[in-house]
Design a protein around this ligand. Structure first.
Ligand code: ADP
Length: 358
C-alpha cells in the first residue's frame, strides 16, 4: 500500500496547459475521488499518476518514491478503465491471469490469488466463460479481478461505471466500496458523477478547468462549499441560487432581489458592505414549505413526484428554484406557496469572485 504525493503537477499539450499545478496528498489506504465536469483534467491527472501520460512539471511520489520517470510497470499501480479492456478470446480466468502470465509467474503462485479474487468478486462460477457471455456488471468485475491479482500499491479507477445502467451502477458502487474496505488499499477514483463521489469517497477533490476547487470529506463539502462552483456541482437537485444586493438596516440585514423582493439574512457576522453583490444559496431539501410566516413566495410551475419526495419548481428573483418536500402534496401548478429559508441552511457567496462569505 502507498501514500501518494503530488506537488505542483502540471500538464501541457503543445501550448495548451490543461492541468495547472496540482498539490494533493493522499494517505495510505485512503479512497480519494477526483470529480469535476467533463474536460476538467481528471483523466489526464490520473494518467500521469499511472505513467500513461508524461508529467510536464512538478513532482509525483508513490509510496515515498519519486515516480515521475517510472514506467507504468515500475509504479506498481493497477488501473480499471471505463471500457473494461478485456481480451474477448480469453476466458474470465485467463483474463484475470493475464498479468501474472506475462510476468512469467508460475501458475502455482497466482492460481490461489485468482481463486480468492473470483470468490471476492462473485465470479467463481464464471471462470470458464468468455467475456461476451457475461453481463456488463460481470465484465466490470473481471476487470477489477485483473487489477486485484496484481496486488498493486495503488488502484486507479477511471470512470469505471459509466457504461453500466443506473441500477447496476448503484450495485457496483457498493461493491467497489466493500472491496476497498476489505483490501484497505489506496484508491484514486475519477468520475464526473457527483453521487458516486459523495457515496464512495473518504475525501473528494473537486476539479474545474485543470485546478482544484476544494478538497474535503463528502459532507464537509456538501455542508460548507468554498465557492459557487462546488456549491452547484455537489447535490441533486442542485443548490438553488439567487443574486441580490446586501441591504443593511438598523436591526436586520436582507438581500434585495432584482425583482424588488427581499430575503431576510441571518448572518449577523457578515462583513460585506451595504450594496455588496451577493448570491444566496440554499439546498432544495432545506427549504420548508408552507412557511408559517415571513415566507418567500414562489409560484409553482412544475411538480415532480419521485415517490419518496416531491420536487416543486418555480421562480425566485428570476432564477428557477426547486423545493423538495418529503411529504406528498396537493399543490397544483400555478399555485403560490410560501417558502421558509432556515437561516442555518443559507449559504452566501460573493457574486463576483464566487467565494463563500461568513
Ligand atoms: P476529464 O477527464 O476531466 O474529462 P481530460 O483529462 O480528459 O478531462 O481532458 C482535459 C483537457 O485536456 C481537455 O480540454 C482535453 O481536450 C485536453 N486533452 C486531453 N488529452 C489531450 C491530448 N492528447 N492532446 C491535447 N489535448 C488533450
Amino acid at each position: 500500500m502507498a501514500a501518494v504525493q503530488m506537488s505542483g503537477i502540471f500538464k501541457r499539450y503543445g501550448d495548451t496547459q490543461v492541468v495547472h499545478g496540482i498539490d494533493l496528498h493522499i494517505d495510505d489506504g485512503e479512497f480519494v475521488v477526483l470529480v469535476g465536469p467533463s474536460g476538467c483534467g481528471k483523466s489526464t491527472l490520473m494518467r500521469m499518476v499511472a505513467g500513461l501520460e508524461e508529467i510536464t512539471g512538478g513532482e509525483l511520489t508513490i509510496g515515498g518514491k519519486r515516480a515521475n520517470g517510472l514506467s507504468p510497470q515500475q509504479r506498481n499501480v493497477s488501473m480499471v478503465f471505463q471500457s473494461y479492456a478485456l481480451y474477448p478470446h480469453l476466458s474470465v480466468y485467463e483474463n484475470i491471469a493475464f498479468g501474472p502470465r506475462i510476468r512469467k509467474e508460475p501458475s502455482t503462485s497466482f492460481k490461489p490469488r485468482i481463486e480468492a479474487a473470483a470468490r471476492m468478486l462473485n465470479l467463481t462460477g464464471y471462470l470458464d466463460r468468455l467475456p461476451r457471455a457475461l453481463s456488463g456488471g460481470q465484465r466490470q468485475r473481471v476487470a477489477m479481478g485483473r487489477a486485484v491479482v496484481r496486488e498493486p500499491e495503488l488502484f486507479l479507477f477511471d470512470e469505471p461505471l459509466s457504461n453500466l445502467d443506473a441500477k447496476l451502477r448503484v450495485q457496483m458502487r457498493t461493491e467497489i466500496k466493500a472491496l476497498h474496505q476489505r483490501l484497505k488499499n489506496t484508491v484514486i477514483y475519477v468520475t464526473h458523477d457527483q453521487i458516486e463521489a459523495m457515496t464512495m469517497a473518504d475525501r473528494i477533490v473537486v476539479m474545474n478547468a485543470g485546478r482544484i476547487e476544494q478538497i474535503g470529506r463528502p459532507l464537509e463539502l456538501y455542508d460548507r462549499p468554498a465557492n459557487l462552483f462546488v456549491a452547484s456541482f455537489l447535490g441533486s437537485p442542485s443548490m438553488n441560487f439567487v443574486e441580490g444586493e446586501l441591504q443593511r438596516g438598523e436591526q436586520a440585514i436582507a438581500l434585495k432581489l432584482a425583482d424588488g423582493g427581499e430575503i431576510a439574512l441571518p448572518h449577523a457576522d457578515l462583513s460585506a458592505a451595504h450594496g455588496a453583490k451577493i448570491t444566496l444559496g440554499i439546498r432544495p431539501e432545506h427549504i420548508e414549505t408552507p412557511a408559517a410566516h415571513n415566507g418567500v413566495a414562489m409560484e409553482v410551475e412544475v411538480i415532480e413526484p419521485t415517490g419518496a419526495e416531491t420536487h416543486l419548481y418555480g421562480k425566485i428573483g428570476g432564477s428557477t428554484w426547486c423545493a423538495t418536500l418529503r411529504k406528498r402534496t396537493a399543490v397544483e401548478p400555478g399555485q403560490r406557496v410560501a417558502l421558509r429559508l432556515p437561516g442555518e441552511h443559507i449559504h452566501l457567496f460573493d457574486t463576483e469572485s464566487g467565494r463563500r462569505l461568513g
